[in-house]
Design a protein around this ligand. Structure first.
Ligand SMILES: NC(=O)c1ccc[n+]([C@@H]2O[C@H](COP(=O)([O-])OP(=O)(O)OC[C@H]3O[C@@H](n4cnc5c(N)ncnc54)[C@H](O)[C@@H]3O)[C@@H](O)[C@H]2O)c1
Length: 383
């Protein structure tokens, strides 16, 4: 099989930039791929962040603190951009103007205006593949759940709950960083940080909220700045969004929650669908376990669970008996992006990364949620 190489540049060499470098380095983990990423250039304003890449990728061609050098380089096909949210609009737009494919990070613009400005440029470049990162649906349990939804096995949906929960912010002594400041993270707070992960599958299934009543909490209003002072922590810590989903087929309530203060939870992403024919739930809290209840009228109601085999979107060398983890979900997401970049609608499996239109829908929802919280009212939506 011939192997097509995609030459990548990374802008933003922090937490997520390193995850991509690691995924690219173990591409041999995947079987039967006809496409592979090669990281040829990186950019970060922090020299220490760049130094890690220089060590990890010995044949890196370019390491710089000026991302324009990557955009001017004709030998770069695509960019992974993992920057703080206030930089998304400016840098994503420039990447697309430069004619590079883009896997960007959520929330794809710090606010609705920023998101719209990115989408405007994307529309002018339909030849480019532009997607947003969201890896959790590639966990085998979530992937199977999505397959069952696509196959129409649910029956009438009674209710849906989806969430993404963290807890390290319970510690009031945790120093502030850019993700806890509205100026760099955005006024959505935890929704901007975590919300696209929660919405990826519901939006993909066509479960679009028609309205929202939001409950937003700022539980720790100030934090240490790391230099002995307390400073305002002006972002929402937790958000619970109660939505009505109405489409041609049915209507049901959907609760979406994004929490930075959910005691005991570390990166818990979950989706629970209660339905008349097949109820199903998956949570990364128990990442091997998929639970479901298949029902026929009059039959006993029995929840079943299975330890999921290591089966995600793309086959790999790992045997079925072994466990799947966060870095595997990142690898699978990258496989989906590279597969789609080369094969577009003929990609090998159906779960593609978040589209720009889906990020726009998330921005409409989060903007409505802010209004709902402020007015303490239900706010209507047209997604
Ligand atoms: N998909 C996920 O699971 C996931 C998880 C965490 C974060 N994220 C997203 O990834 C993005 C980055 O988050 P992170 O956790 O990697 O942040 P980070 O703070 O670890 O890394 C950001 C990097 O950007 C660099 N940077 C800042 N300004 C720059 C500039 N002008 N030019 C070049 N580099 C610059 C910083 O020095 C830093 O190294 C955000 O959009 C965030 O929401 C996604």
């Amino acid at each position: 099989m011939s192997m097509q190489e995609i030459r990548f540049g990374i802008i933003g060499c922090g937490l997520m930039g390193r995850e991509f470098a690691s995924a690219a380095a173990r591409w041999c983990h995947l079987l039967d791929m006809d496409v592979r990423p090669r990281i040829v250039a990186v950019c970060d304003v922090n020299p220490k962040a760049v130094a890690w890449f220089e060590q990890a990728i010995p044949d890196l061609r370019l390491a710089t603190n000026d991302y324009h050098q990557l955009l001017d380089d004709p030998e770069i096909d695509a960019i992974y951009c993992a920057l703080p949210h206030h930089l998304h609009a400016q840098v994503y737009r420039e990447i697309i103007w430069a004619g590079k494919h883009l896997l960007g990070e959520k929330p794809f613009g710090i606010d609705l205006e920023a998101n719209k400005s990115i989408l405007e440029v994307i529309r002018q470049h339909p030849e480019l593949l532009v997607r947003s990162s969201s890896e959790m649906p590639f966990f085998p349990g979530a992937y199977r759940l999505a397959q069952w939804v696509r196959e129409g096995r649910l029956g009438t949906i009674v209710e849906v709950e989806a969430g993404f929960w963290h807890s390290s912010d319970l510690n009031p002594l945790k120093p502030i960083n850019w993700k806890r400041r509205a100026s760099t993270n955005g006024i959505y707070g935890c929704m901007g940080d975590l919300g696209m992960h929660v919405l990826h599958l519901p939006l993909r299934f066509g479960w679009k909220p028609r309205n929202v009543r939001a409950f937003l909490s700022n539980i720790v209003p100030e934090r240490p700045d790391g230099e002995g002072k307390m400073v305002p922590c002006d972002t929402w810590d937790n958000a619970i969004l109660a939505c009505d989903v109405v489409n041609e087929q049915q209507s049901f309530p959907m609760t979406l929650s994004t929490k930075r203060i959910a005691p005991g939870h570390a990166n818990t992403w979950f989706l629970r669908v209660i339905s008349t024919s097949l109820s199903v739930e998956f949570s990364t809290k128990n990442p091997k376990t998929l639970r479901w209840l298949a029902y026929t009228p009059g039959a006993e109601q029995v929840w079943q669970s299975v330890d999921m085999p290591y089966h995600s979107a793309y086959p790999s060398i790992t045997g079925d008996i072994f466990e799947f983890g966060f870095s595997d979900s990142i690898l699978q997401m990258w496989a989906a992006f590279c597969d789609e970049l080369v094969h577009r609608t003929d990609m090998r499996q159906p779960l593609y990364c978040v589209t720009p239109e889906e990020t726009y829908a998330s921005h409409l929802l989060f903007t409505a949620a802010l209004a709902s919280s402020e007015r303490q009212q239900v706010v209507a939506l047209d997604l």
